[in-house]
Design a protein around this ligand. Structure first.
Ligand SMILES: C[S@@+](CC[C@H](N)C(=O)[O-])C[C@H]1O[C@@H](n2cnc3c(N)ncnc32)[C@H](O)[C@@H]1O
Length: 277
């Protein structure tokens, strides 16, 4: 894997047009048609989630469950919301498994467009070939820019609630000329920022972390996320906190994280929390 190399870039500071780009996309909608293959993958993820939570306390295999599916919430009117965790750009799916182990009551969907990477773990995981895999982990091959828009529809409809969204080591697109391919400088960013009470970005490039945090600040101030109704239920956000720090994982939880750690690279983390009442 060439990922262990430090990022090579001609950028010495955050992208100089960051605010302008984020402002532009704050008031536009990303309208590129959603690819059929991602619609199909999304439907598979939905089926997995419904199977995981089951009907009337039975999972997809008919086994009775009681309290471990903690992410199924039914209100007094019988409306059901499923908690779902996203692991966007999951690569070989190692992080999906680790997150699933840490949140056994909630389905964790790992999403990546690379067949080759998913094949390393995903095929085994989804076909039940990996007996050690937690039953709440599921991998799909999909385009994030499309999957995220479909996910936001579910959140807005009150059907999904995403407590945590992992974005571990996205492609940095480090050349200045490629800057607008970075998720935070792309028209998809307002969608991404609404997907998760907590969003955690990990990267080995400090400038990427600083940009992601700054783009969040800019967009947050424009969209007034601080006082806006959230899209699920009647809860409101009381504010958005953004932290940006260097960190060293004791135990790497992704393939890239392990390579970076072995290469003694400094890692960075941005944590965004949309605080709920
Ligand atoms: C640098 S790798 C990190 C993989 C994994 N998170 C890890 O830490 O080992 C970035 C991953 O994001 C995926 N990716 C990048 N852009 C994507 C997109 N638009 N849709 C889906 N996957 C994407 C790539 O296929 C790749 O597996």
């Amino acid at each position: 894997m060439s990922g262990a190399r430090a990022v090579t870039t001609n950028q010495t500071d955050i992208y100089d047009k960051l605010e302008e780009v984020v402002r532009k996309y704050a008031s536009t909608e990303y309208l590129r048609p959603i690819a059929d293959h991602t619609r199909i993958a999304f439907a598979e993820a939905e089926k997995f989630i419904e199977g995981f939570y089951g009907d009337s306390g039975r999972d997809k295999d008919g086994a009775v469950f009681d309290d471990n599916r903690a992410g199924r919430i039914e209100d007094s009117a019988g409306r059901v919301t499923y908690k779902v965790i996203l692991d966007s750009g999951c690569g070989t799916g190692e992080s999906t498994l680790n997150i699933a182990l840490a949140h056994s009551g909630i389905p964790v969907i790992g999403i990546d467009k690379s067949v080759a990477r998913l094949a390393k773990a995903g095929a085994g995981l989804n076909k039940g070939l990996n007996s050690a895999a937690p039953q709440n982990a599921f991998l799909v091959r999909a385009e994030l820019l499309d999957f995220w828009r479909l996910a936001l529809e579910k959140v807005k409809a009150g059907q999904w609630h995403i407590p945590y969204h992992a974005l571990y080591y996205p492609n940095p697109w480090p050349k200045q000329s490629e800057a607008t391919r970075r998720f935070h400088l792309h028209p998809i960013f307002p969608t991404l920022l609404q997907l998760g009470d907590a969003i955690e970005l990990r990267t080995n490039w400090e400038i990427y972390a600083r940009e992601f945090a700054e783009a969040t600040r800019v967009l947050d101030s424009i969209l007034s996320l601080r006082s806006r109704m959230t899209t699920f239920g009647s809860r409101m956000t009381t504010g958005t906190t953004i932290s940006h720090e260097a960190f060293e994982p004791e135990q790497p939880i992704t393939a890239f994280e392990r390579k970076y750690k072995e290469a003694r690279q400094q890692l960075w983390r941005v944590t965004i929390n949309h605080v709920q009442i």
